[in-house]
Design a protein around this ligand. Structure first.
Ligand SMILES: [Zn+2]
Length: 392
């Protein structure tokens, strides 16, 4: 989609800048005006890893005036196979600082702003507000949904990319003019379904292919030239050496940019994406039953205290017969522990099995070693035991 330039031109270019950017300046569609827009632009890169490396280096070389870097990690030897903004001597250094040094070596006229911290609900709005455009180079679903929602809430465009083994995807999301990430992916994949690059690997040079698309789209958005990937998904297959474009539509039922949004502020993204804490993970080992096993226990007459740890609004939508509602927070603050029975089997459940795992950790820590939780929660119950119930 063709869009007006995101950024107004800077007042002027210095003689040194004219010399440096001459190959841009003689492209008619860029010219002095386009280069002045790049100089005035403020671009934030979320992550200085696989995608952030080529993105930051080419954005710097292109003359983007202000580059923000959000990154809390340090450089590890296993990063160097693809994260080319860092070098051997940077191992152990904060990635944000290493990336800044490389950017300034490429182009000393760039103003680099470091956000040497993890992006969280507490800082994402304030950080994003300082920039015209965001480049999403994150590698996990919780952060991706947070980036999307913050961008939608602030009305900012962003360029998204993702990589895995030989496959890459990229698009531009901007809810004011087209679809957002949730229009494409309304629900995160179940935890453990989609391996990360750390688990499944990634061809290093794939980062360059997708990172280059992201920078290209960024420059087009900033200067207002060409047709951007807004409303289109680029899918790259390195093995077949094939690029495909898929048309994307804005989803009228999108949870955040649709006609009746249910997401009107930032949410708990770890919970949404099913990230389980180490304690919760440990608590579920040997203490997990399926929805069908719960049904079998109920049918057999086994004495059970079935506790739904969701929130009241969710309880109103659908509930498992025989359950009582005690929201997860009551277990985490300890209030619910005194009311737990000693003479019955304690079974916890939630919607998907994430919150019940956290509650289970607290219950087992309080001495109820036989307590269990239901894998997949209400969703699994509806799918495997009673399909007549609604899933939300
Ligand atoms: Zn949307």
């Amino acid at each position: 989609m063709s869009l007006p330039p995101l950024v107004e031109p800077a007042a002027d270019l210095s003689v040194d800048e004219v010399r440096r950017y001459s190959r841009h300046l003689i492209i008619p569609d860029v010219g002095v005006a386009g280069q002045k827009r790049l100089k005035n632009a403020r671009v934030l890169c979320v992550g200085a890893g696989g995608l952030g490396s080529p993105a930051l280096m080419y954005l710097a070389a292109a003359g983007v005036g202000t580059l923000g870097i959000v990154e809390f990690d340090t450089v590890d030897e296993s990063n160097l196979q693809r994260q080319i903004i860092h070098g051997q001597s940077d191992i152990g250094r904060p990635k944000a600082e290493s990336a800044r040094d490389s950017v300034l070596e490429i182009n000393p006229y760039v103003n680099v702003v470091l956000h040497n911290e993890a992006l969280t609900n507490d800082n994402v709005m304030e950080i994003f507000a300082q920039y015209d455009l965001i480049i999403d180079g994150t590698d996990n679903f919780a952060t991706r949904y947070m980036v999307n929602d913050a961008a939608v809430l602030l009305g900012k465009p962003y360029v998204w990319g993702s990589i895995y083994r030989f496959d890459g995807q990229a698009s531009v999301f901007w809810a004011e003019h087209g679809p957002c990430y949730r229009c494409l992916y309304p629900e995160p994949p179940p935890p453990g379904m989609v391996p990360s690059c750390a688990e499944g690997g990634v061809l290093g040079v794939l980062c360059a292919s997708i990172g280059a698309i992201q920078v290209t789209e960024a420059i087009k958005l900033l200067t207002g030239v060409g047709e951007t990937l807004l409303g289109r998904l680029m899918v790259y297959d390195a093995l077949e050496m094939e690029y495909r474009k898929i048309k994307l539509r804005k989803d009228p039922n999108c949870a955040i940019c649709g006609e009746n949004p249910t997401v009107t502020g930032l949410i708990d993204y770890d919970d949404f994406c099913g990230a389980v804490s180490d304690e919760a993970q440990a608590a579920t080992v040997g203490s997990t039953i399926t929805a069908q096993e719960l049904k079998d226990w109920q049918d057999s007459g086994k004495p059970i205290d079935l506790i739904d740890v969701r929130e009241p609004a969710e309880w109103e939508i659908v509930r498992i017969p025989g359950a009582r509602l005690v929201p997860k927070g009551e277990f985490l603050n300890g209030n619910a522990l005194a009311d737990l029975p000693q003479d019955r089997q304690i079974v916890l459940h939630c919607k998907s099995g994430v919150r019940s795992a956290e509650a289970l950790a607290a219950v087992k820590a309080a001495g109820f070693k036989d307590a269990v939780h239901v894998q997949g929660g209400v969703v699994s119950w509806v799918k495997t035991v009673d399909p007549s119930l609604p899933i939300y």
